[in-house]
Design a binder for this molecule. Structure first.
Ligand SMILES: *Cc1c(COP(=O)(O)O)cnc(C)c1O
Length: 543
């Protein structure tokens, strides 16, 4: 017998005296074990997350647990519906087409009635975020433009070439604001979420084209949930990197360590939604270059403030195409671009990236079909209204509005810092100020402010709230209200310091409770019932 290499000898020794069926079975099962282990490693969720979910799935099948949960869910649904009944009190509920069309004046009146529903005074700057400006003249230009273009559809380039041109111009103006070069390109989308989804699709498909079959995105824990949504839609896995507990910006070394063979995209926010802090895009860009992975900068929220801040005399770190690692940027024209809701831009450094965003089908009996974004037919009117808004406001006024917003935000930040028991999450970069407390329940304070008509956004892990300053907060007359906000906040904090142990009531209590529930599938279900309630119409038998 000839000499065999060492490993083969070992294998032979291992199988010595075994029956052929045993050898076959052992081989097959070890191959399966390897495949299973590989699938664990490549799975979208970690082993512990999946075990945990499995445990709760099992728990929820135990009859007594299931009954309790079903009862509780029925109660919650009823509560949600009660809220809707209260909210919609006084308006006609219509469930059938009117037999004959209504009179336009009546329709107008009913629309006004619908607009007056809701608990907050959103026209007077009591709402965080949500409404980005209240200028009648800006709205008029946008809406007049929409009235002219509402029925256009840029899917038909031959019919509406002018709308295509407007879209191309919005994209090019945005590229220039973010210091892109001639090679940069992009598209208009229907909002930040679609822009983010498009970036994820583009870089997923780029990864596919490079032979990566199970791409992963690496995101800060503070990144907008649109990235999770995109991952769910696109079958991507998500690796989340925590933020530094002092700065509340992503741990840059954590991002470096998270990059692997499967990484198709890393992401930084400029700034993020929860705290308004800006990740260190300069450092992330350097990592992107070093590892050859694309970096997406989510500037949906504050990008169109940050772009004007230097001209307004406010410092902002570099975050745009001037950094070589930045492959794409999303920015919402329907936020601080002040266009009507329904537009955003996604920009790329190279056309190669945008090509991966497109979808093309060549075999459809309806013809060769190619389109740039999610929608087939697209709302030309929204693109035109966005274009008109940008034309009307112009650079000078954008800079002015930015200055007013940033100054207001700085004022609120400073005043909040003076309040005993409060702390600010990191350093707010543009217009969002997140705050929390180590002395009392911050949701108690939010509840207090809520009773005074201030709507703030709740944050979790850790508990906090934020206010997003918009131009609605800077209008003449609103400045006084802002001083009132600051004094209301001080009074609320003082109340909380005195009554630290007292429970929180109302909507804000839910945010506290939701964090305590370890079975996150329950939180998810409750959220689904809440969404259901948005589609609920009061029934005649409801009282
Ligand atoms: C608003 C926002 C988004 C998503 O935009 P939508 O227009 O709401 O879809 C993404 N990222 C950040 C930081 C945002 O604030």
């Amino acid at each position: 017998m000839s000499e065999r290499p060492q490993p083969l000898k070992a294998i032979n020794r291992f199988f010595e005296g075994k029956e052929p069926w045993q050898i076959v079975t052992m081989t097959a099962s070890s191959v399966l074990a390897i495949v299973w282990a590989h699938s664990l490693y490549n799975a979208k969720e970690s082993v512990t997350t999946r075990l945990r979910k499995q445990f709760f799935r099992w728990l929820r099948q135990v009859p007594i647990v299931k009954r309790k949960i079903d009862e509780k869910m029925a109660e919650i649904t009823k509560d949600f519906r009660k809220d809707i009944n209260k909210r919609l009190a006084g308006v006609t509920v219509r469930t059938e087409l009117p037999a004959k069309g209504l009179d336009p004046e009546l329709i107008k009146q009913e629309v006004r009635d619908h607009l007056s529903l809701g608990a907050y005074d959103w026209r007077n700057g009591a709402v965080s975020g949500a409404v980005y400006h209240l200028s009648e003249e800006i709205s008029k230009v946008a809406c007049d433009t929409y009235a002219l273009t509402a029925y256009t559809n840029p899917l038909h380039a031959d019919v509406f070439p002018g709308i295509n041109k407007m879209e191309a111009e919005v994209v090019r103006m945005a590229i220039n604001l973010f210091h892109g070069d001639e090679g940069c390109c992009g598209t208009v989308t229907t909002g930040g979420t679609e822009s983010i989804m498009m970036a994820c699709k583009a870089f997923r498909d780029l990864a596919y084209s490079r032979g990566i079959s199970n791409p992963q995105i690496v995101v800060p824990s503070t990144v907008h949930s649109a990235f999770d949504k995109a991952a769910q839609y696109l079958g991507l896995s998500v690796k989340t990197v925590p933020v530094d507990p002092e700065t509340f910006t992503v741990d840059v070394e954590g991002v470096r360590n998270a990059i692997g063979r499967r990484t198709c995209l890393i992401v930084g926010s400029a700034p993020n939604y929860p705290y308004g802090t800006m990740d260190d895009i300069v450092a992330l860009s350097a990592i992107a270059v070093e590892y050859g992975v694309p970096l997406h900068v989510d500037a949906c929220l504050g990008g169109l403030l940050a772009a004007f801040m230097p001209s307004a005399g406010h410092h902002v770190p570099l975050f745009d195409f001037r950094l070589p690692g930045v492959a794409s940027i999303s920015a919402d024209t329907h936020k601080y671009g002040y266009a009507p809701k329904g537009t955003s831009v996604i920009l790329y450094r190279k056309e190669e990236y945008r090509h991966h965003q497109y979808t093309v089908t060549t075999e459809w009996p309806g013809g060769v079909y190619g389109s740039p974004t999610v929608n087939g037919s697209r709302a030309g009117g929204l693109i035109a209204a966005c274009w008109a808004t940008m034309m009307f406001i112009g650079k000078e006024r954008y800079v002015e509005m930015t200055d007013e917003i940033v100054k207001t935000a700085r004022y609120i930040e400073e005043e909040l810092r003076k309040i005993e028991g409060l702390f600010i999450f990191g350093k707010p970069a543009t217009s969002v100020i997140g705050f929390g407390s180590k002395q009392f329940d911050i949701f108690k304070m939010a509840e207090q402010l809520h009773t005074k008509g201030w709507s703030l956004n709740a944050l979790q892990f850790p508990s906090g709230v934020h206010i997003c300053v918009t131009h609605a907060h800077t209008a003449a007359g609103v400045a006084q209200r802002l001083r009132r906000f600051v004094s209301d906040a001080a009074a609320a904090a003082a109340h909380c310091r005195r009554h630290a142990g007292e429970p929180v009531h109302g909507k804000m209590a839910i945010y506290g409770v939701a964090q305590e529930i370890s079975d996150r599938s329950l939180v998810s279900d409750i959220t689904k019932y809440f969404i259901d309630s948005m589609y609920y119409l009061p029934q005649p038998e409801d009282e």
